[in-house]
Design a protein around this ligand. Structure first.
Ligand SMILES: *Cc1c(COP(=O)(O)O)cnc(C)c1O
Length: 424
């Protein structure tokens, strides 16, 4: 073992520090494994209940009429999320697209969109029109209002009450922190917020951006009142196998509206060939609870490894987890760059390339991304990224197996140490 770590470039001192840190994590890891066991049984039971068969794994082409695999998979998602309907499609290009489809499908000119949890994910700013953008909701006459979290991270209930007007139609709640340093919301917190909103107006559509949150807890936002739950298949629920795609699940009426936007009015869910995606969508979902657990262990390990060197770590080493993201604020561009280069060097694909900060569509600062992934940009695979702007925070996530995440974190730690940003 020691020899292999050495061959892969990990110095003895770094490895033994890692092993020492790991000793204190047994209890936490047991908890993560227990959640994975629960979610594995939940997924298995959904697949059995919906009678997933060998025929479901076959491709469809052209219009994709009567695609048994696609339609059954959507039923499996409704069983896992305890919802009425689902749209799970390779035609959904990414998480942003899934969210945009849900928003455009359910909002009409004159409606108002409300975010009661502060600024949404960077790429949504152009979807909504917070940053002016061609084709945004703003261009279609949908207005936007935002209520920030209170300085201590709690919901500003009074502010939210005042911001719900007769025009408020849809409320978007982002579970994960995205590129921010606020805390990720727990499913329980999301449930409290939704109850409050539905008390004000039961017909508000409460949509949760569930990116990076799937299978981290035993329940999902749809178990606590969310009308729509949206995410990406190249994150947790694709289990690392889905080559593309996204999902929208929730109340039948709202999923149907989203389907009319994804394809066309009238056609909705009836069309959309699955091509060859069914096997990987099913198998990826099947693996997702354990893949998510591996990623979660990596996040916990990283938080403990980098603790005590003066960096800001969110979530903190002992905090409860509600998504797979770990952020570390280095306070300098060098820290972000060194960390990302370590993660890249640990990858199974493109380990020999050196990531550089670059302009990315949808982001307003240069971003550095480390992703030596089998699926381009997949962030359920071991990956790290960070915008090159103060406070210089790196966001780390993913890893398909625990041994690989462990190795990747050690590599990133060593790179940061070698850049002179910490002394062991
Ligand atoms: C990843 C992510 C999205 C969507 O991003 P894509 O890169 O378009 O898949 C949206 N919201 C959050 C919180 C995310 O983490």
């Amino acid at each position: 073992m020691l020899e292999l770590y050495r061959k892969l470039g990990i110095r003895d001192k770094i490895l033994s520090y890692g092993e020492q840190v790991l000793k204190s994590l047994e209890e936490t890891f047991r908890g993560i494994d227990e959640t994975a066991e629960y979610n594995q049984l939940k997924v298995l039971s959904a697949m059995q209940d919906m009678r997933v068969s060998e025929a479901c794994l076959h491709p469809s082409t052209g219009y994709g009429y009567n695609d048994l695999g696609r339609d059954t998979l959507e039923k499996v998602y409704t069983a896992v999320f305890h919802t009425e309907d689902a749209l799970v499609r390779p035609q959904i290009a990414c998480g942003t697209h899934a969210l945009a489809v849900a928003l455009f499908g359910n909002l009409r000119p004159g409606d108002e969109l409300l975010s009661p949890v502060g600024r949404p994910y960077d790429t949504l700013e152009e979807v909504i029109g917070i940053r002016p953008s061609a084709g945004s909701l703003a261009e279609y006459g949908v207005t936007y209002r935002q209520v920030d979290l209170l300085p201590d991270g709690r919901f500003d209930y009074e502010g939210i009450r005042q911001s719900v007007t007769a025009r408020t139609r849809l409320v978007t709640i982002q579970r994960s922190k995205g590129y921010q340093t606020r805390k990720t919301l727990s499913v329980a917190q999301i449930g409290e917020l939704i109850s409050f909103l539905h008390e004000i107006n039961p017909s508000l559509i409460c949509m949760v951006d569930n990116c990076y949150g799937e299978f981290v807890e035993k329940t999902e936002p749809s178990d606590v009142g969310a009308d729509l739950v949206v995410g990406s298949l190249i994150k947790n629920p694709g289990g690392g196998l889905a080559p593309c795609g996204g999902y929208i699940t929730g109340k039948e009426e709202y999923v149907r509206q989203a389907a009319f936007r994804l394809t066309t009015p009238g056609l909705g869910k009836e069309v959309g060939a699955s091509l060859n995606t069914n096997p990987s969508f099913y198998q990826g979902l099947f693996l997702a609870p354990c893949v998510t657990a591996a990623a979660l262990k990596g996040a916990v390990f990283a938080a403990h490894l980098f603790d005590g060197f003066g960096f800001t770590i969110v979530p903190g080493p002992e905090e409860s987890r509600h998504d797979i993201i770990q952020s570390i604020t280095f306070g300098s561009p060098d820290g972000v760059t060194a960390f990302c280069r370590g993660i890249q060097a640990a990858a199974p694909v493109d380990s020999f390339v050196t990531p550089e900060p670059w302009a990315m569509p949808g982001y307003d600062a240069d971003v550095i991304m480390a992703a030596g992934a089998f699926v381009q940009g997949s962030s359920i695979e071991l990956s790290a990224d960070g915008p090159i702007k103060p406070p210089y925070t790196v966001f780390f996530q993913g890893g398909l197996t625990w041994p690989h995440v462990k190795f990747g974190i050690l590599k990133a730690f060593q790179q940061v140490e070698e850049a002179g940003l910490l002394t062991l």
